[in-house]
Design a protein around this ligand. Structure first.
Ligand code: C2E
Ligand code: MG
Ligand code: MG
Ligand code: MG
Length: 289
């Protein structure tokens, strides 16, 4: 505990406050270094599945950071720091490049690459060149934009609605599918949904969590389902952890889901050995056997 006497001010710090205040700064310093060197990040892929058959529908790329100085840092901690520092722009660029590289590698190994979702932050939408750069990246790898879906949270879309709607429309016009992430997590503005060019909404884990134990959760899920159907949106239920949740979602009418009940995020090799080998072996590979 230390006491600082400034000009007419007395401030008292205890160690915890200092540790809490220093952590984001330290994180930013390490993150900046990591983004420059680029070899401390990797992507894991979480399956998106058909609720009835359990078969693979697509995957979501999720960024992992293993810092030599700080150990494993969770995305919920380093993504916000990357956003405020602007480092999300080069990091996001790396995530897209790496996703494309991986899809090509899977294809080379005889798997049909699944449609892969990449998370985008609001800061990336502020760059009006983003849609064209993303297209160049995808085409440069010999892929089509329909193979990469972008996920945006509603709060990030709402930072500057007029600007982001413009960029989103261009992303969509270039052929990338768009998904609205964390729907129902608090900032949902149903009125805006119709004016935004989304193909899919992902219902937030916090809504799914109470399914099976609370009537209210079921009412909310049924309402979202009705809304999604009326707007012709694809719907993915996120954070499914139990069979009871899956069954209730199926009963309501949902067809797609994601969650630890099916699988956590896996390394590219694990995904290939399990899910891709089972559901996504390409015709070429089969006839070659
Ligand atoms: P998100 O996009 O909503 O991703 C889903 C998160 O929920 C992932 O956490 C995933 O591991 C976790 N999850 C999935 N199913 C379950 C479940 O059944 N139970 C529980 N408890 N959790 C589940 P993760 O990987 O820690 O990522 C957290 C958030 O960080 C993501 O939420 C996304 O907003 C952000 N993020 C991750 N990678 C990137 C990236 O490359 N770029 C950007 N901009 N954001 C990213
Ligand atoms: Mg996501
Ligand atoms: Mg989400
Ligand atoms: Mg989230």
């Amino acid at each position: 505990r230390s006491i600082t006497l400034g000009e007419n001010r007395l401030q008292v710090y205890d160690e915890n406050t200092v540790v809490q205040a220093v952590r984001p700064m330290k994180l930013e310093v390490e993150l900046r270094r990591a983004v420059e060197t680029g070899n401390e990040f990797l992507l894991q892929y979480q399956p998106k599945v058909h609720l009835d058959t359990g078969k693979l529908h697509g995957v979501e790329a999720l960024c992992r950071w293993h810092s030599p100085a700080l150990g494993k840092v969770a995305p919920d901690e380093f993504i916000p720091v990357a956003e405020t520092s602007g480092l999300i722009v080069p990091l996001g660029e790396w995530v897209l490049q790496e996703t494309c590289r991986q899809l090509v590698a899977w294809r080379r190994h005889g798997f049909t690459p699944p449609v892969t979702s990449v998370n985008l932050s609001a800061k990336q939408l502020l760059d009006s060149e983003f849609p064209e750069r993303a297209l160049r990246c995808v085409l440069g790898h010999g892929l089509s934009p329909s193979q990469i879906e972008f996920e945006l949270t509603e709060s990030s879309v709402m930072t500057d609605p007029s600007l982001s709607i413009n960029v989103l429309n261009r992303i969509k016009a270039l052929g990338f599918p768009l998904s609205l992430d964390d729907f129902g997590s608090g900032a949902s503005n149903i009125g805006h949904l119709k004016s935004l060019p989304f193909d899919c909404i992902k219902i937030d884990k916090s809504v799914i969590d109470d399914l099976g134990t609370s009537n209210d959760a079921e009412i909310v899920c049924r309402a979202i389902y009705g809304l999604g159907c009326a707007m012709h949106l694809e719907m993915v239920a996120e954070g499914i952890e139990t069979e009871a949740q899956r069954n209730q979602l199926r009963e309501i009418g949902f067809t797609l889901g994601q969650g630890f009940y099916f699988s956590p995020a896996l390394s590219a090799d694990e995904l290939a050995a399990g899910w891709l080998a089972r559901d996504y072996r390409s015709q070429d590979a089969e006839s070659a056997l």
